[in-house]
Ligand binder design. Structure first.
Ligand code: BG6
Length: 485
């Protein structure tokens, strides 16, 4: 069956001169268009504060697309010339938004677009509220066709600000129009967690406190700050990664089977997981910051030496958490979660470790308990699943050795689509299943708010290592350790 094609529309991006648009959205939109997945005739209106001419905006976009190597110069140039427009909105004033509205209506008239609009807010958190107000007050929250608004993470800065933002958004837009985006939900392997768990009877029958000893979730990045000090200094790893991407993985791992595949059934189950997580005690959280070290053979400066970072900065670049989920499936099963920048590798992985057999009479290379059976979910890179289990080493002696059974997406399906590609198509089709609902985002902040209000003291780790020693203690105190596989 051919995939559904969205209706033609105007794609308006706020923050159009910024990093996200230039490095991510533009290449994705270009690729969708090149593959015929973006409705012909649709155009992009870039919006930013800069006073910039349309030719300059197109030239900037051309440079970005060339750097990303998305296609040959002729095709990329033609895309920029025919599809990209620019409007500066120097401040969030009524007159700027009135001018924006006039421009939108003119583009729709000239391109025969029928009034379908997407407003993509690729903006810092504190600019989101004023932009929503500007759109609403200019009468842009509804139009002659459908209108949808996409809001980047982090949604708010804590629970109170997320609640304020939700109220403000709902003043002008219905929940159905709001798409809170988290690009991890667009990743094939993250979505496949539902299939892996609920389409395979043998997996689901093991996925509980009777069989699973503990779960670890690691989202490791080898890169450091990459020139994003202005954003990162305000957010830190808890707001940048844990509250959204990592929590999404956690809820999909822990949720109950939804009644149906519709948007609300799945999101209801995710919310229930968040509501069942036991509130954190002070010793359950480790915050770390990288110091100077070596990453992939190259010297890396410490976080406080990065350009634009306060030399006394208290911002964390690493977080490790331990938690429990108080429900029938997971009661007493420890979950260990960690993320950090400048760790030795880039890898997002989940590991479910099985309980050891009650007794064993086999001779193992290592002590049996240090080698339990495991399910390893490789979210990226090298996406796939592995089962680690014991086999007999051939020979007279009864010796046991760990073996792995592997499924890797690349071997079977080739290259996977980018998460943003999947999610942008969903916005264009109006499918909110893979977006974060208002109550979900608030539940997630409710969980982390106590840590934000009284953060544990910062600890340190050299760039290129697996985080602060305190994170080891956090797992050891609950009788476990982190695996580096
Ligand atoms: C972004 C964060 O949302 O996700 C970045 O702001 C992080 O700090 C990035 O590097 C990680 O995404 P991915 O898809 O490369 O794992």
């Amino acid at each position: 069956m051919a995939p559904p094609t969205p209706e033609p529309h105007l794609f308006v991006v706020f923050g159009a001169t910024g990093d996200l648009m230039q490095r991510k959205l533009l290449p994705v939109l270009y690729r969708l268009q090149a593959r015929g997945r973006w409705p012909p005739g649709s155009v992009i209106l870039g919006v930013a504060r800069h006073l910039m001419s349309e030719p300059d905006f197109r030239a900037q976009a051309l440079r970005s697309l060339t750097e990303e190597k998305v296609g040959d110069a002729g095709t990329v140039g033609a895309f920029c010339g025919a599809t990209l427009f620019y409007q500066s909105v120097p401040e969030e004033s009524g007159s700027s938004f009135a001018a924006l509205r006039a421009r939108i209506e003119e583009l729709e008239r000239v391109h025969g677009l029928g009034g379908n609009r997407i407003f993509y807010l690729a903006l810092p958190t504190d600019a989101v509220g004023p932009t929503l107000t500007g759109l609403g007050e200019a009468g842009l929250s509804s139009g002659p066709g459908w209108t949808r608004v996409v809001i980047e993470k982090p949604f708010g800065h804590d629970l109170a600000s997320a609640q304020v933002l939700n109220r403000l958004a709902h003043r002008y837009f219905s929940e159905k129009q709001i798409f809170r985006i988290d690009h991890y939900l667009g990743k094939e392997t993250v979505q496949n967690l539902l299939v892996f768990r609920f389409a395979n009877m043998f997996i689901e029958s093991l996925w509980n406190r009777e069989r699973i000893d503990h779960v670890t979730i690691t989202v490791a990045e080898s890169l450091g700050l990459e020139g994003r000090a202005r954003y990162y200094e305000k957010e830190g790893a808890l707001r940048d990664m844990i509250q959204n991407h990592v929590t999404q993985i956690l809820t999909l791992i822990a949720m109950e089977p939804p009644a149906t595949r519709d948007e609300d059934s799945i999101r209801n189950e995710k919310v229930k997981v968040l509501q069942s997580i036991v509130r954190f005690a002070p010793g359950d959280v480790v915050r770390g910051q990288y110091t100077a070290g070596t990453e992939e053979g190259k010297k890396a400066v410490g976080y406080r030496e990065e350009p634009g970072v306060d030399p006394q900065s208290d911002t964390e670049t690493y977080v490790a958490l331990r938690l429990k989920i108080a429900n029938w499936r997971w009661q007493d099963v420890p979950f260990f979660v960690r993320t950090g920048k400048h760790l030795p590798i880039k890898a997002s992985r989940v590991m479910l470790t099985f309980k050891a057999p009650p007794v064993t009479f086999f001779q193992t290379a290592q002590e049996y308990n240090s080698n339990p059976d495991r399910i390893l979910i490789l979210i990226q890179p090298d996406e796939g699943f592995e089962f680690a289990f014991e086999v007999k080493v051939p020979g007279r002696e009864m010796r046991v050795q760990t073996h792995r059974m592997k499924f890797h997406y690349g071997d079977v399906f080739g290259e996977l689509p980018d998460g943003y590609e999947t999610l942008l198509i969903d916005v264009m089709l109006g499918d909110p299943t893979l977006f974060v609902r208002a109550d979900e985002v608030e539940e997630s902040w409710r969980l982390y708010d106590p840590i934000l209000t009284s953060p544990p003291p910062l600890t340190f780790y050299p760039a290129g290592t697996w985080g602060p020693a305190e994170a080891q203690k956090l797992a050891l105190e609950w009788g476990q350790r982190w695996y580096y596989e």
